[in-house]
Design a protein around this ligand. Structure first.
Ligand code: NAD
Length: 275
């Protein structure tokens, strides 16, 4: 491959690994992140390793910011061939304290304790915006470059919770379901102009985002962390490197008749009924 690839959220745990893997294949990678220092650090590491990358500040929720980034990508690396929509995440205000509502919970006035009825709409909106609008808007800005050219594609990052929602995180589960649904819609919409659209659905990866939910301070698993492992036939958490093979396949010409798929990378979590 020798393509120009934009990766959003590429200062983060999973997408920094994807940006580096794509650069290793000879692609020119624009590393975009809200956190400019994080983007620069990843780009520097790629360049130090003999690859070609630039770090750029960009907010996936602001069209102007994305347009500015695009101008720089076009000036330095030319037209964009591939977009990886990696920015995403959850918000604590869209998360319930317990997996199941119990009548007694309604009387629990402990500070910070949240039932479904206490969910703050700002946390729900934050999560929907970041995952769904934060996928749609960069696609509007960058996919324009791909029209009528060969071997161009968009890769979204959904989640295994898009197939079956996880307890406690209704907003994040629904927002990722929207990303999967949009992946199929866009694959059809773009099918006549040569742009393929696919998505990864990662299972559980231990990252800063979820470490406190899944591990205790001494490194042992929390109850929820153990539940996840018990539900994962391959009996472990994913590592960022587990996403690389599928990413190279979906961004490469080996998948040129593949569009509209959402690939679970979850050690069998979504396939397992638990019995
Ligand atoms: P991360 O928090 O390490 O990385 C996300 C990056 O996005 C951060 O660098 C952050 O600065 C950036 N970002 C946040 N808001 C932004 C904005 N408005 N504009 C631009 N950049 C912004 O998270 P991660 O675990 O690497 O997750 C990457 C993707 O994978 C996300 O879409 C996440 O929802 C998804 N995912 C993660 C897991 C997991 O277990 N970690 C599982 C399934 C899906």
């Amino acid at each position: 491959m020798s393509k120009t690839i934009v990766v959003t959220g590429a200062g983060g745990v999973l997408c920094s690994t994807l940006a580096k893997a794509l650069a290793k294949e000879g692609n020119k990678v624009a590393v975009l992140d809200l956190r400019k220092e994080a983007a620069d650090k990843v780009a520097e590491e790629i360049n130090a390793d003999g690859g070609q990358a630039i770090g750029l500040a960009a907010n996936v929720l602001e069209k102007d910011s994305l347009e500015q980034a695009k101008k720089q990508v076009n000036a330095i690396f030319g037209k964009v061939d591939i977009l990886v929509n990696g920015a995403g995440g959850n918000h604590p205000l869209g998360t319930t304290s317990n997996p199941f509502l119990e009548a007694a919970d309604l009387a629990n006035k402990t500070e910070g304790f949240k039932t479904f009825f206490d969910l703050d709409i700002s946390g729900i909106q934050f999560t929907f915006n970041l995952n769904f609008i934060g996928t749609l808007l960069p696609t509007q800005v960058f996919a324009v470059d791909m029209i009528g050219r060969e071997n161009c594609s968009v890769l979204n990052i959904s989640s295994m919770n898009a197939f079956t929602p996880l307890t406690k995180i209704p907003a994040y589960s629904a927002a990722k379901a929207a990303v999967s649904n949009f992946t199929q819609w866009l694959a059809v919409h773009f099918s006549q102009v040569g742009i393929r659209v696919n998505a990864l659905a990662p299972g559980f990866f231990l990252t800063d985002q979820n470490r406190s939910l899944l591990t205790e301070e001494d490194g042992s698993l929390t109850k929820r962390g153990q539940q996840i492992i018990d539900q994962t036939p391959m009996n472990r958490y994913g590592t960022p490197e587990d996403l690389v093979g599928t990413t190279l396949w979906l961004c490469g010409d080996g998948s040129k008749f593949v569009t509209g798929v959402v690939v679970p990378i979850d050690g069998g979590f979504a396939a397992y009924s638990g019995v």
